[in-house]
Design a protein around this ligand. Sequence first.
Ligand code: GLP
Length: 241
Amino acid sequence: MHVIKVKDYEAMSEKACDILVKEMKSNERAVLGLATGSTPEGLYKRLIEKYKNHEVSFKQIKTFNLDEYVGLDKSDKNSYYYYMNDKLFKHIDIPPTHAALPNGKAENIAAECERYEKKIKNAGQIDIQVLGIGLNGHIGFNEPNTPFTSRTHVVKLDESTRQANARFFHSIDDVPTEAITMGIATIMDSKKILLLASGEKKAEILAQVIHGEITEKVPASVLQKHPNVTIIADEAALSKV
Ligand code: GLP
């Protein structure tokens, strides 16, 4: 794992943006894996700027998001569909058919998981997968004890994850109990992985991910086995490494 230590959230976002822009310039048909949460927001703002300054185009780029809540409509402000549209897609020139997320409203969720997994496979390989990290070490919505061999599947969210994400909802009762997520093996198939982390809250888990045992109890620890992982984290997030 290659760890890049930066000063703060802004520097993390800047560095992540540089890496993605470099990838897009070297391959205008790049396939990007995207994440939600607070962590990549600064990255998306910068990518929009790069697009507006004509430095990059998304016309031939394909994107796959990691996950989506089960049961939320696309128009629901808390759906990841809404988030991605609001924070990135509506500001750039990506064709809507190129910007994929799992459909959390599908009638048959198991079939939707299979469809999404196939769609990723058909696109070739994800060139760079952007990841945030949950406080319990989850990546996407792969909670502790998810098998490392998992493919896109439906998960029951940990109570701690629901609590952590409750800040976006009216109340904890409104936070969905399930989500669809790329599996750990799906994520590990990506050519390159970019894990972003900012803030002291992430310090404990990040130390475990970087130096701890590789165990399904800490989903992100699997990244130690990937040949091309870059972690961009700020001083606070790396304070326990
Ligand atoms: C959610 C997402 C993850 C994300 C995590 C951390 O649970 N499913 O993909 O990495 O939260 O979120 P944040 O970046 O807000 O700390």
